[in-house]
Every structure is written in structure tokens, then in C-alpha cells.
Write a protein that binds this ligand. Structure first.
Ligand SMILES: [Mg+2]
Ligand SMILES: [Zn+2]
Length: 768
């Protein structure tokens, strides 16, 4: 700013270096632009305007010759080769008139340019730079105090030297040093200056460092804060926990505390905690007296504290089973990212959760970390429990289906259990049910052998009826009549998260506590079945009989012939061009079609010939993990590798790799992988797969932060829209955004997957 002002004003008369007419013209323009935009626009324009109109190097007002102004950063100004003193600069600025100042983007009512050269230095009060007394009794001063000390010292020396008539060079050096100290007092990170340091070599933290960057006041202390009574560590799964429990390591439980007020009814109970102290569990870390004084419990103070304890005191006892905690995983994208759990104190060092609640948190166990917060007041606990307990969050507000469901082994297990071929002796079934916490087994039929469906039915309430669909081709219709699973298998469609209506209906009819409880039992039952039966996945699961292999080869031979025929048609110009495509694009599309059909056919052959009770297949069919396509890729053929929706084209001139002939359009030269994963890929095939693999990896790596930012902007734009009592959606200014919420008035959280199932409503009414 100082440089601009010096350069574009006259050194003699301090007018702006523009003819009067132009100045008036720009002043008018400034007025037209108004107070908001004007100064900004002018500041950007001014430099260009003056550079353009400056020709003679003479002032248009007083005709004085102008000299070249240079800045030697950070704070020394030269006019031609002579240094200009701050005093000189200040006196030039004092002469600037208000109208000219405005053209530089300054508001003369609020600021004068000469104020940029200090004549006095404001000293911040000690509250802003408190001195610390160390434990050793040593006093340590704040960085700002150190800096101010430097300034005062050098200033005094400068004063004495000037008074004593010291040589100019010494005075000038001291002057520079004073300037250095003042500059670094404001900003200790100036590019051209070495930062001022402590004797230890660590840079001083002065004014601007206190404010800016991640460690500054704004990002560190205002936008984000650290909280007490919180914990963070790696998470791991524990299917034996309840759905709304969280496993807390015992060492955490001894640091996190819950305040409990002493009354005459609980005094003996709380005395036990105090007696145990901070080192044994469950003990207490602090005792707070009625006057608010906090006392730390140590081995020495325990006895006295137990004696002292009386109603009105508060004991900060260790975290225990059944306490309430908020559990959170970032990024917190929806309200289910932060839910209330009840604490289970466990050995080991990770936070544990039931794998069924992975989905709402979007958590997995490849090193994910999560945060735990312990509410400290009755109000906070009540609010957390009523509004955010896992049970209250079961139905997603986004699509009205359960966001908590069985995953992985729990799905495979229930699938195996509910298949028609499953049966076991009644006593085994009772063991199984007992192991998941079902005590009442009176629902089991009175015979020696019971079917899997009968075992599963024990979990269902007697008056529950349901009809739905499963993924299975043999038993697509799921029918539950009066609490008995009559037909259909239990798979991801019914038990999984975000799909199917079984959980939704249980929740609707029997409430969240029951739904959550049943889901927990189903989850454990699934795992228990696998434990009893054994479950593994093997290479031989994808073995194919010889005739199936021959069939697959046949499919490829036919596909290859088709492609060769297409290429021949293309070369001879006989190929029919698809509308809106070039000849080449048509060929590519048709080839892709043929090859994808071939892959699908091999998929079908694999599905028909692979041992359908093998566990790999069970996982794919039940939806626990993997797809039938994955299976086909392992057993039959990997298929065409598509890069951005096309066959692979790039590489060498006219070919993908040097081992192919130029302009070879055959499948294998353009990324078709004939081999299966099990048989292994040929070198060229491996290369093609890596091409696509890397592209997918890059794509996800780049898309994640981009979509995150997009989401943030959307959420910020929508955050203050709400549904008013007249059912319109309005913004904070009362402007109507939608006349009816969602344009159809559906409360999605009460719908089934976003739509109203009229058929079901009608049948339910008829039933009554
Ligand atoms: Mg992860
Ligand atoms: Zn002049």
C-alpha cells in the first residue's frame, strides 16, 4: 500500500499523478459503483490507469519531475538511489487530500495513509501476555513480552546514541534493528527477514502467528475445540456385544468419569468408589466439595476423602457398564454418524462395536478410529438417550428402511439355517437358541428333528405376518404366517441393512426396543449356525466339471467368430451404422455387446455347474459377500476390461502392446481377458487388468474429496430450510421453496423405501 501510494502520487504536491479531469471522472465512477464494490474495483484498476497515463514522468499538477520509487523488502524505500526515511514518507502522506485517498480504495473517514507509519506503539495489556510460573518456581515470560522488551531496549539505545552524536552508520544500524523488532512483533514470518528466535532456537510466536493457520486462534480455538471426557482409538468388531453397546477399554474407563452427587441414600455406595481411589476399578478420580473445590484422589488422600464425604459432595467415579456415551465416526455425514450407546467396560485397548452398526457409521476395521464422549449432566444424558440411542436411529430418515441389519457371516448363517435342507435334532436346536440368548423355546414343534425354518421362527412374535421377496431363485417368496416362517429363505434382502421390509415391519409393529433385540438375536443366531456347521471358503469351491469347461470354451469360440465377422464387415464396409455413431463407434459397441454376452453366458454356466452348497456360492447367493459375477470371474473368465466405458485403445501406435499386430481389433488385443482368476492371467491380460485397476483407484482417490466438498456446499445451502406449520418448505427469510415437502408431501422416514405401498395398506386394513 505504501509503495503504491508513493509511486502514484507526486513527490512535491502529493496529488495523484493524473490530470484533474481524469481524477473527477474516476471519482464519479467510484460514486456510481457504490460503497460496497467501488473501493475494491478502484484498487484493482488504479495501477493500470496510472501506468497507462504516466508518460512524461512529470506531475500534471505542479510539473515536478518524478523519481523512480523502489521497495527493498520488507520495509526500506528508495527514491532513485536515495533512501527515503519513514519521516519523509509520513510527511508526504499527510499532504494527500481526501478525494485522492478514496481512489486508492481507502475510506478517509476511517483511515489516513500516514497512519501506516507508526509514531507510537500500542502495548498490549499483561492479560494478553501472561507470565507463567513454572513448577520449579522459575518465571517464564510470554513471547510478546520478550519482543516488547527487545523493542524498548533497542529504542533506548537508539535514543542515547542519537543524543550522544554517534556516527551516522551506528545510528542507522540501530534504526534498522528497531525496525526489525517492530516488524517481527507484528509478524514473525516475513519472507525476507530471519524470524526472531528464543535462545533455544525456537521461533517466537508473535501477533500474527497467534491468529493465522491451523494452530492459530481461529482454526484451533474457535472453529474447533478439544473437549474433556472424550476418547479416541482404533475400533474392532465384537458380535457378542448388544447392538446399542460400545466396548470401552478398561484403561479408558479409569480416565473417563461420571459425576455423581452424594445423597444420604447413595453415600455408602459412593464411598466404595472413593475408597478404591483412582488406581483400582471401579474407583473415582476426584471429589468435588459443595463449595466447588475439586480434590484429586491419591493414595494419601483416599482415607481422608472417604471420611469427609457427605451429602452435597460430587464423586467423579470411573465409567461403568450401563453408562451412556456418544459414539462417533468421521466424516459425520448424517445423523446416524453420532449415536448414543451404553458402555460395556472390556479388557484390551480398542473400542468395540457390534458389526451390525458398521453401516450407519460407514465403519470397517482396517484401522478406522472412532470417538467417544461421556455426557456429564443428567440433562445431557437424557437428551442423548432419548434422541440418539441406536434404537431410535434404526429407520433411516433418508429412505425409511432399516440402516442397521445383519452383515457378512450373519447373513450366510441365516441363509443356511432357513434353507429347506437344514434340520437338526431338537436338543441341538435348543442349544443353538440358548447360545444366542433365547430362553423360551416352547415354540419349537414337539418332534425329535426340527427344521431350520422352525428354529428361525422362534425369534418371531406369534402375531407377526409378513410377505416379502428373497434373492433366491428357488424360494423367491418369503411368507411369514402367525410368527412362522412358512416359505422363503432369509438373505440380504430381508435381513440386510438398507433393504427389504422385514426389519421395517418388525420395527413398525413392535417398536424399536423389540426390533433391535430381535435383530441382535438374528445376528447372533446366524453366526452360531456357522459356528456349529463350520464355514470356510476354498479354491475347490469354484471347481467346474470338465463338460462345463468345454461349454465355456465353446461360448468363447462363438464370440470370437462373431467378433471376427464384425471386423470383417467393418473392413469391407458392410457394417450397418447405428444412428448417431461413426462406423468405428458402431463396431466397438457391437463388439462390446458380443463380449459382454459371452461373459454373462459363462456366468450362467458357472452358476449352474458350481457346487451350489459350497460356501463361496452361499456367500454370493445370500448377498453376504461377493456377487455371482465374481464367482464367474474366478471359475470361468474375467471378461472385457473396460476403460472409461470403452475397450482399451491406448498404448503404442495403432496397438495396445507391442506383442500385437497393428490395427488388430480382435478381443484379446483390446483388453478381453479369456482366462479366469483361478487359472491365472497371461502377461498381456495381467497388463490390461492393471490398466483398469489403476484407473479405478485414481478415480476413487480423486472423487472422494470432490464429492465431500460438493456435499458440504449442498448441506450449507439447505441447512435453514424447514417445513412450516402450513406444510410449505421455507428458508429463513420465509420465502417458499416448495409448496409441499418433496413436492409430494411424503415423510420419507415413514415410507417404505421412499414410496407408499398402497397394496399393503389396503391388505392391512382388510385384515382388520
Ligand atoms: Mg476403513
Ligand atoms: Zn505535483
Amino acid at each position: 500500500m505504501i509503495l503504491t501510494l508513493l509511486r502514484y502520487t507526486c513527490r512535491d504536491c502529493s496529488r495523484i499523478l493524473l490530470p484533474t479531469a481524469r481524477i473527477e471522472q474516476y471519482c464519479d465512477r467510484l460514486k456510481r459503483l457504490g460503497k460496497d464494490k467501488g473501493p475494491d474495483v478502484m484498487r484493482k484498476k488504479l495501477k493500470d490507469i496510472i501506468t497507462a497515463s504516466k508518460s512524461s514522468g512529470k506531475c500534471p499538477h505542479c510539473k515536478a519531475k518524478q523519481k523512480k520509487i523502489m521497495l527493498e523488502k520488507p520495509s526500506t524505500f528508495f527514491e532513485d538511489d536515495k533512501r527515503i526515511s519513514p519521516i519523509e514518507i509520513r510527511s508526504r502522506f499527510e499532504k494527500l487530500n481526501d478525494g485522492d485517498i478514496e481512489l486508492f480504495g481507502l475510506n478517509p473517514a476511517a483511515v489516513r495513509p500516514e497512519w501506516m507509519i507508526l509514531t507510537v506503539l500500542p502495548i498490549p495489556p499483561v492479560t494478553m501476555r501472561p507470565s507463567i510460573t513454572l513448577e520449579t518456581g522459575e518465571r517464564s515470560e510470554d513471547d510478546l513480552t520478550h519482543k516488547l522488551g527487545d523493542i524498548v531496549r533497542i529504542n533506548q539505545r537508539l535514543f542515547e546514541n542519537i543524543n550522544a552524536g554517534a556516527p551516522e552508520i551506528i545510528v542507522e544500524d540501530l534504526w534498522d534493528l528497531l525496525q526489525y523488532h517492530i516488524t517481527t512483533f507484528f509478524d514473525n514470518d516475513v519472507a525476507q527477514l530471519p524470524p526472531a528466535r528464543h535462545r533455544s532456537g525456537q521461533p517466537l510466536k508473535t501477533l500474527s502467528e497467534r491468529i493465522k493457520s491451523k494452530e492459530g486462534r481461529i482454526r484451533h480455538n474457535l472453529t474447533g475445540k478439544r473437549t474433556n471426557f472424550s476418547a479416541r482409538t482404533v475400533i474392532s468388531p465384537d458380535p457378542m456385544l448388544g447392538l446399542s453397546e460400545v466396548g470401552v477399554p478398561d484403561i479408558m474407563a479409569m480416565k473417563l468419569t461420571v459425576p455423581e452427587r452424594v445423597t444420604e441414600w447413595n453415600i455408602n455406595y459412593l464411598k466404595e468408589f472413593v475408597r478404591k481411589g483412582p488406581k483400582s476399578y471401579p474407583g473415582a478420580n476426584y471429589v468435588v466439595r459443595p463449595d466447588g473445590k475439586k480434590k484429586k484422589l491419591t493414595d494419601d488422600t483416599v482415607e481422608a476423602s472417604v471420611e469427609e464425604l457427605q451429602p452435597g459432595y460430587i464423586v467423579e467415579r470411573h465409567l461403568m457398564d450401563g453408562d451412556i456415551a456418544m459414539f462417533n465416526r468421521q466424516p459425520s455425514l448424517h445423523r446416524m454418524s453420532m449415536m448414543c450407546h451404553s458402555v460395556r467396560v472390556l479388557p484390551c485397548k480398542t473400542l468395540r462395536l457390534n458389526p451390525a452398526v458398521c453401516f450407519p457409521y460407514n465403519a470397517d476395521f482396517d484401522g478406522d478410529e472412532m470417538n467417544l464422549h461421556i455426557p456429564q449432566t443428567e440433562e445431557a444424558r437424557a437428551e442423548a438417550e432419548l434422541l440418539t440411542l441406536v434404537g431410535t436411529q434404526m429407520i433411516s430418515p433418508r429412505y425409511g428402511l432399516s440402516v442397521i441389519g445383519c452383515i457378512q457371516d450373519a447373513i450366510s448363517g441365516n441363509y443356511i439355517l432357513s434353507r429347506n435342507d437344514f434340520s437338526m435334532s431338537k436338543s441341538e436346536a435348543i442349544d443353538l437358541l440358548a447360545s444366542v440368548g433365547v430362553i423360551d423355546v416352547s415354540k419349537l414343534p414337539k418332534k425329535d428333528t426340527v427344521s431350520g425354518k422352525e428354529i428361525f421362527s422362534v425369534l418371531l412374535p406369534d402375531d407377526f405376518s409378513f410377505s416379502g421377496r428373497s434373492r433366491s431363485r428357488e424360494e423367491p417368496d418369503v411368507v411369514i404366517k402367525s410368527g412362522r416362517l412358512v416359505s422363503g429363505v432369509m438373505d440380504k434382502n430381508n435381513l440386510g441393512e438398507g433393504s427389504g421390509l422385514l426389519l421395517r415391519n418388525l420395527h413398525k409393529k413392535y417398536g424399536r426396543q423389540f426390533a433391535l433385540d430381535v435383530l441382535g438375536k438374528m445376528f447372533k443366531l446366524g453366526i452360531a449356525v456357522l459356528m456349529k456347521r463350520g464355514f470356510t471358503t476354498a479354491l475347490s469351491d469354484t471347481d467346474l466339471p470338465q463338460e462345463a469347461k468345454l461349454q465355456i470354451q465353446g461360448v468363447f469360440q462363438r464370440a470370437e467368430q462373431d467378433v471376427t465377422e464384425l471386423v470383417a464387415q467393418y473392413n469391407s464396409g458392410r457394417l450397418d451404422i447405428l444412428p448417431g455413431r461413426t462406423l468405428r463407434e458402431t463396431l466397438e459397441l457391437k463388439i462390446l455387446e458380443v463380449l459382454n454376452k459371452a461373459r454373462d453366458e459363462t456366468g450362467k454356466i458357472v452358476a449352474m455347474n458350481v457346487e451350489s452348497y459350497s460356501h463361496t456360492v452361499v456367500m454370493a447367493i445370500s448377498g453376504a459377500r461377493g456377487t455371482p459375477l465374481n464367482l464367474a470371474q474366478m471359475a470361468g473368465c474375467v471378461g472385457q476390461q473396460a476403460l472409461r466405458g470403452k475397450r482399451i485403445e491406448n498404448g503404442y501406435n495403432g496397438r495396445t502392446l507391442s506383442c500385437f499386430r497393428r490395427d488388430d481389433l480382435s478381443p484379446e488385443a483390446r483388453g478381453f481377458i479369456k482366462s479366469s482368476f483361478k487359472s491365472g492371467l497371461k502377461p498381456a491380460e495381467f497388463f490390461f487388468q492393471s490398466v483398469v485397476g489403476r484407473d479405478a483407484l485414481m478415480d476413487t482417490a480423486l472423487r472422494t474429496p470432490k464429492s465431500g466438498y460438493l456435499y458440504r456446499r449442498l448441506a450449507n445451502a439447505l441447512q435453514d430450510l424447514k417445513v412450516e406449520y402450513d406444510e410449505t418448505v421455507r428458508d429463513s427469510g420465509g420465502r417458499i421453496v416448495q409448496f409441499v415437502y418433496g413436492e409430494d408431501g411424503i415423510d420419507v422416514s415413514k415410507s417404505e423405501g421412499g414410496v407408499l405401498n398402497i397394496k399393503r395398506v389396503v391388505s392391512e386394513v382388510l385384515e382388520k
